[in-house]
Write a new protein. Structure first.
Length: 198
């Protein structure tokens, strides 16, 4: 059964705000959501939880956090409460960019969240959105669905458990086996507890 956790609007908004601030207050939305994916991947593997708890989908340009994309686009899919929170921090600038309009609320983010966001930014900031999409294509959680992606609108839901698999030549997300095993066990336990509360 696919691991599912409740989406965290505030953490995701602040993570996207973090990347905009680091980028000089404005950032390409596709680049930002790829950076969010890298931060989530890092945090999952090291700490056993995602920052965003978002639902990820495999698409033509790599993994896409569904709600994170809506936040970056200030989409009408956001509810009234969600829009109200997002619009305090982020403003859509064009079809391709959004900007930060308020400093990051660091109280929302844990120390480990910040560590993962810093990792994603420092490791991948020099790449543009298309280069980042190409990098995401080497990870098993996306490759698993590659043959099902037939056009730009194709999307297949990904499983957080697959984020713990290693590609053959990964230079970015190396982690020892014991930490990875503990993190996956912690993630599964959190997911099981969440299902009991539903």
């Amino acid at each position: 059964m696919r691991i599912h956790l409740p989406f965290n609007l505030q953490k995701t908004t602040q993570a996207l705000n973090f990347f905009a601030v680091r980028s000089g207050r404005m950032i390409n939305k596709m680049k930002a959501i790829k950076l969010l994916y890298f931060a989530d991947r890092y945090h999952l593997r090291k700490f056993g939880r995602s920052i965003s708890n978002d639902d990820y989908y495999a698409m033509e340009y790599g993994p896409v956090p569904s709600n994170g994309k809506d936040i970056a686009e200030n989409s009408d899919f956001l509810g009234k409460h969600e829009k109200s929170y997002v619009e305090k921090y982020l403003k859509r600038s064009s079809n391709y960019d959004y900007k930060s309009i308020k400093p990051i609320d660091r109280d929302v983010l844990s120390e480990s969240d910040i560590e993962a966001l810093e990792f994603a930014w420092e490791t991948f900031k020099e790449f543009d959105q298309f280069q980042l999409a190409d990098i995401t294509h080497k990870y098993p959680e996306w490759q698993k669905h590659e043959n099902q992606i037939t056009d730009r609108n194709s999307r297949i839901q990904m499983d957080y458990e697959d984020f713990f698999q290693d590609p053959g030549n990964d230079d970015y997300f190396q982690i020892d086996a014991a930490t990875k095993e503990d993190s996956l066990a912690s993630l599964k336990e959190s997911s099981s507890i969440e299902k009991l509360w539903k």
